[in-house]
Design a protein around this ligand. Structure first.
Ligand SMILES: Nc1ncnc2c1ncn2[C@@H]1O[C@H](COP(=O)(O)OP(=O)(O)O)[C@@H](O)[C@H]1O
Ligand SMILES: [Mg+2]
Length: 373
C-alpha cells in the first residue's frame, strides 16, 4: 500500500500543507515542537479514526480555527482510494471514502493500514498489562472488523455484570439473572480470547525469527499469551466458552465478595521473555529495544499476511533511540515498505539511507517543504 498524497488543513499547528510522498522512504526533519508528531498523528487518524495522544478531538483543530481536514490519496491492491476527514469544533468528525460519507467512523478502520513505532512503545515492554492489551486490541481491530464490536460488547457485559454482583443479595431475582450474564460473558469473552490467541501466535511466528536475527542467534525470544481463564489456548471457541463458564461457576462466591468480574480477557497479559526470563523485569535496555523492534516488524508482517500488501510504517523520532546495529537492521528490513520517518537529526539517517529511494522534507513551525539534496 502506498500513500501518494497528503493534504492537511488547519490540523494542529499546520495551516495548509500538501505533500506528495515517495513510495519508499519519506524523511521529515525538524527541531522539537515543529509539527513532526502532528504530521504522523494526521496519518494515524486517517487509519484508525482516533489519535494516539490523550487529547480531545477539538484539540486536533488549529487553536485559531473551527474546522480542519485531512485528505489522503492511496493505492491499495491497485485501487485508488481517497480518505477524507472533516473535523469541526464540538461536532462529530465526518469521514468520506471516495466521496461517500460513512455512517460510522469505525467503518474506516482497515482501509489505510499502518504500523506506528514511537519511543512511547517501550510501554508495551515495560508498562502494565493494560498497555499490552491496548496494543493487541488496536492491532487486531485493524485486521478483523468484528473484533472491535466484540470488545465494546464485552466491556458493557462486564459493567452490567458488576452491577448484578453488587446487588446480588439485595435483589432475589439476581440469582437467576446472573446466569444470563455469565453466558454472555463466557460467549463474548471466548471469542475475544480466540482472536487474541490467533494474533499472538502470528506475532510469535514472525517476532521469534526477527529477534534471533537481531541478536545474531545468540538470544532466544518468546511470547506467551496469559489468561486467568484457561491455560491451553489452542482450543475452539466453544471449548473455551465451556471452560470459561466452569471457571465463573466455581468462583462466583469470590466475585460476589469482591463485587467485581474477576475472570476474563479484561485481565489478560502478554508475557515477553528473553532466554526464558521476563523481559520487563530482567531484560537489559538493549534487549528491551530489540524486543520492541521485533514486535513492531512482526506487526508489519501480520498485516501483509492478512491484506497481501505491506502497511505504511510510521517511525516517529524512534531512530535516535536505537544504536547503529539496530538502526541498520531496521532500515534494511523496511527497504520495500513505504515509510514516513521523522527525526531531529538526519546525520546518521543520510548515511543509512544512502542507497534508498527517498525524499527529504523539512518541518518548521507547521510548514512543510521539500529538501532537494
Ligand atoms: N490545536 C493546535 N493548534 C495549534 N498548534 C498546536 C495544536 N496542538 C498542538 N500544537 C502545537 O504543535 C506543536 C507540537 O508539535 P509536535 O508535532 O508534537 O512537535 P514535534 O516536531 O516535536 O513532534 C507545539 O508547538 C504545540 O503547541
Ligand atoms: Mg514529536
Amino acid at each position: 500500500m502506498i500513500i501518494n498524497k497528503l493534504k492537511i488543513k488547519n490540523y494542529r499547528n499546520f495551516k495548509d500543507a500538501e505533500i506528495n510522498l515517495n513510495s519508499s522512504l519519506n524523511i521529515f526533519i525538524g527541531d522539537n515542537g515543529q509539527g513532526k508528531t502532528n504530521l504522523m498523528e494526521s496519518i494515524y487518524l486517517s487509519s484508525i479514526g482516533r489519535t494516539f495522544r490523550l487529547n480531545s478531538e477539538n484539540e486536533l483543530i488549529n487553536f485559531n480555527e473551527s474546522k480542519s481536514s485531512v485528505e489522503i490519496s492511496l493505492v491499495k491492491n491497485n485501487y485508488n482510494t481517497k480518505i477524507e476527514l472533516l473535523l469541526e469544533k464540538n461536532k462529530r468528525k465526518q469521514v468520506f471514502i471516495n466521496g461517500v460519507k460513512l455512517d460510522k467512523t469505525s467503518e474506516m478502520i482497515g482501509i489505510l493500514n499502518n504500523v506506528i513505532f514511537t519511543p512511547d512503545d517501550m510501554k508495551i515492554i515495560k508498562g502494565s498489562p493494560v498497555e499490552r492489551r491496548k496494543f493487541i486490541n488496536i492491532d487486531i481491530s485493524q485486521i478483523k472488523p468484528k473484533y472491535k464490536y466484540l470488545l465494546n460488547r464485552y466491556k458493557k457485559i462486564v459493567s452490567e455484570r458488576n452491577v448484578i454482583l453488587k446487588n446480588y443479595f439485595t435483589n432475589s431475582q439476581n440469582k437467576d439473572i446472573i446466569n444470563i450474564w455469565n453466558d454472555y460473558l463466557a460467549g463474548t469473552g471466548a471469542e475475544i480470547i480466540h482472536y487474541r490467541n490467533d494474533y499472538i501466535e502470528k506475532l510469535k511466528k514472525y517476532a521469534v525469527d526477527i529477534y534471533a536475527d537481531i541478536s545474531g542467534n545468540r538470544e532466544n525470544f518468546s511470547l506467551e499469551y496469559q489468561s486467568n481463564v484457561l491455560h491451553d489456548m489452542n482450543l475452539d471457541k466453544d471449548s473455551i466458552k465451556k471452560i470459561f463458564q466452569d471457571k465463573i461457576n466455581s468462583n462466583l462466591k469470590h466475585e460476589i465478595q469482591r463485587v467485581y468480574t474477576l475472570y476474563g480477557p479484561h485481565k489478560d497479559d502478554l508475557i515477553i521473555r528473553i532466554n526464558g526470563k521476563e523481559c520487563k523485569y530482567f531484560g537489559s535496555q538493549g534487549q528491551q529495544r530489540s524486543a520492541i523492534l521485533a514486535i513492531k516488524l512482526a506487526e508489519i508482517e501480520i498485516i501483509r499476511e492478512e491484506i497481501g500488501e505491506y502497511p505504511i510504517l510510521l517511525l516517529d523520532d524512534v531512530l535516535s533511540e536505537l544504536d547503529n546495529k539496530r538502526k541498520g537492521y531496521l532500515m534494511n528490513y523496511i527497504r520495500d515498505i513505504q515509510a514516513v520517518i521523522t527525526t531531529t537529526d538526519d546525520h546518521d539517517l543520510r548515511e543509512l539511507a544512502k542507497n534508498f529511494n527517498k525524499k527529504f522534507f523539512y518541518i518548521n513551525e507547521g510548514n512543510i517543504g521539500n529538501i532537494t539534496n
